[in-house]
Ligand binder design. Structure first.
Ligand code: MG
Length: 282
């Protein structure tokens, strides 16, 4: 893979990413994929999707898991509903995430990612130990598929995330870094977080946002790339400095406005292409 290929977060029939038509139209060479619904996660669908990607010359770099019943309506709702943290859905979702990893394997993809949910802050609690345990089980399943698991950032501070990864004690557990999420959730300065996470950063999102007036209590606001508080040039320079050379995957989740979504992703491609030239010289 070339240095810093542009990418975009896509969806087939679930999730909020763009459709493959947009990828084709904008000539984007890599994608992350939100896992489709269970009925679509078949060997036949995997074969057809792989063929389509081959025809387009597009490389799939990561499959993202998501679950029925998750809601990002506000921060307390995320705490209650997202990922493998909520106890009452944990076992069912672990099973589904294993199936998503198996589907990713059929797509020849060696990375699966997810929002794990709000990891309990007190590392001495039973709940924290339970979340560590479920993550181990997911990592062990992925390892049997020769896959890595990437945790989406946002819900934890960088030090809390590193502590959690160390406590999990698995060699295939890394980070999908999303700078906007650090701002939207109010969990820390994204540039400092990239530096802190360093080599744990194995995939990234290019997304922008503005701080809330009450960080950590109410959402910040997601905005087009380059118009928020991330500072894209400094973000990419910092990624360069820590040695990250993987895809620059644009995430812009406004599927209810497909024309605006496409236009803004086109703008993001231009911005990232010019910054790549400036920083990486390619
Ligand atoms: Mg993201």
């Amino acid at each position: 893979m070339s240095t810093w290929p542009i990418g975009v977060f896509t969806s087939v029939d679930a999730g909020l990413g763009v459709k493959l038509e947009v990828v084709k139209e904008l000539g984007i060479p890599t994608i992350q994929l939100h896992a489709p619904h269970r009925a679509t996660r078949t060997a036949k669908c995997a074969e057809e999707f792989t063929k389509t990607l081959d025809q387009l010359g597009v490389e799939l770099t990561c499959v993202f898991g998501g679950f029925d019943g998750e809601s990002y309506a506000d921060i307390p709702t995320v705490v209650r509903t997202v990922g493998l943290v909520p106890a009452d859905t944990r076992a069912v979702r672990l099973q589904e995430m294993k199936e998503i990893a198996d589907f990713a394997r059929l797509l020849n993809c060696d990375v699966v990612a997810l929002h794990l949910g709000f990891v309990p802050h007190d590392t001495n609690t039973r709940e924290y130990a339970d979340v560590v345990e479920v993550t181990r089980q997911l990592c062990d399943h992925a390892a049997r598929n020769e896959q890595a698991v990437h945790l989406e950032t946002g819900q934890e501070t960088a030090p809390a995330l590193v502590q959690f990864i160390k406590d999990t004690e698995r060699k295939n557990l890394f980070v999908n870094f999303d700078p906007a999420n650090m701002i939207l959730y109010g969990t820390g300065n994204p540039i400092e977080a990239v530096q802190y996470l360093g080599s744990y950063v194995r995939s990234i999102h290019c997304k922008d946002g503005t701080w809330s007036s009450q960080p950590g209590v109410t959402w910040g606001c997601e905005v087009p790339l380059g118009q928020g508080d991330v500072n894209m040039e400094l973000y990419l320079q910092t990624l360069w400095n820590i040695g990250y050379r993987g895809p620059l995957t644009i995430e812009r989740e406004i599927p209810q406005e497909p024309e605006r979504q496409k236009a803004e992703i086109g703008g993001a491609v231009n911005l990232l292409t010019s910054l790549r030239k400036k920083i990486a010289g390619c």
